[in-house]
Write a protein that binds this ligand. Structure first.
Ligand code: ZN
Length: 301
């Protein structure tokens, strides 16, 4: 995975005017990526200047119990960050635009569950969600917060001083990972996996079909906070272009589909979405970026 070079283009008020002109009166499909959640305190590993570690493949996870143990240890620590994160005004702007009938659905590459927590209803999580775990044998789905409580009970030592180490890239790791106990499926004893698409795995066909139908049913596609490094994102842009739907991209840094966009805004997603929502006729009842308490229906981890 390459690191995106910083873009020398900077968006102007005139660019936002063009976006409003393009999207006014249209039904908008949204594709969101990690850049949307950075203002909720979730790091964007694909953003500018970030070093990307080689992710574990699904084959490694499935075939090697020691790797599985390491994965779950890291994932459990990561979950605590996810569970504590709250939607920001960008998420809320999209939820409000959906309530107004302007946004018709959100396709997200994010696994943080923040669209659903902010009140968006039609959401396709193409890479799954950290809010769930699934048994690889019987398919039983488990709530991640319940599983996290089980993991905490099975590993009380991880909160002792020295058990967790901060890595140079800002990640945290459990020092004594061989001690980490991973529970099996309580139904059949099978292997549990976070319900997320691993590196080397495909987006499930039914989720991709649902994403394509969101794009097809709308009149325009708005891409926010994604550099479109994954092929599924590029393919959705292609679907929109083929239907002659205007594509608007809001992202800091270049994306793989900049040339296919009617307008590319090199800007932050939170401020842009709030401005866009108000210009398109939706009012965002935000309380400031990342400080909200959520909307009805919010899942609190
Ligand atoms: Zn099972």
């Amino acid at each position: 995975m390459e690191t995106m070079p910083p873009s020398d283009e900077h968006s102007t008020a005139a660019d936002l005017d063009r976006v409003v002109e393009l999207l006014a009166g249209k039904r908008i499909a949204v594709l969101s990526g990690a850049g949307l959640s950075t203002d909720s305190g979730i790091p964007d590993y694909r953003g500018e200047g970030r070093v990307v570690r080689k992710p574990m493949t699904f084959q490694e996870f499935r075939s090697d119990p020691a790797k599985r143990q390491r994965y779950w240890a890291g994932s459990h620590l990561g979950w605590r960050t996810f569970a504590a994160a709250v939607p920001n005004d960008g998420h809320r702007a999209l939820a409000e635009l959906e309530r107004e009938g302007i946004v018709t659905g959100v396709i997200t590459q994010n696994v943080d569950g923040l669209h659903l927590r902010s009140g968006s209803r039609r959401v396709v999580e193409i890479h799954g969600s950290m809010d769930r775990a699934v048994c690889l044998t019987c398919g039983q789905v488990f709530s991640r917060s319940d599983l996290a409580a089980t993991l905490d009970r099975a590993n009380p030592w991880i909160d002792e001083p020295g058990s967790v180490q901060l890595q140079p890239d800002g990640d945290v790791e459990i020092t004594d990972v061989e001690r980490f106990v991973v529970p099996d499926c309580s139904v059949c004893g099978g292997v549990l996996k976070p319900d997320v698409v691993f590196f080397g795995e495909f987006v499930p066909a039914e989720k991709f079909r649902e994403s394509v139908s969101i794009v097809a049913d709308a009149d325009a596609l708005l891409v926010v906070g994604s550099s479109l490094t994954v092929n599924s994102g590029v393919r959705l842009v292609d679907h929109a272009v083929r239907r002659k739907h205007p594509v608007v991209i809001v992202n800091r840094g270049t994306t793989r589909s900049d040339r296919r966009a009617a307008v590319k805004l090199d800007a932050g997603t939170t401020e842009t979405l709030v401005a866009l929502a108000s210009r398109l006729g939706a009012v965002v009842a935000g309380t400031g970026t990342g400080t909200g308490t959520g909307e009805p229906g919010m899942i609190v981890g």
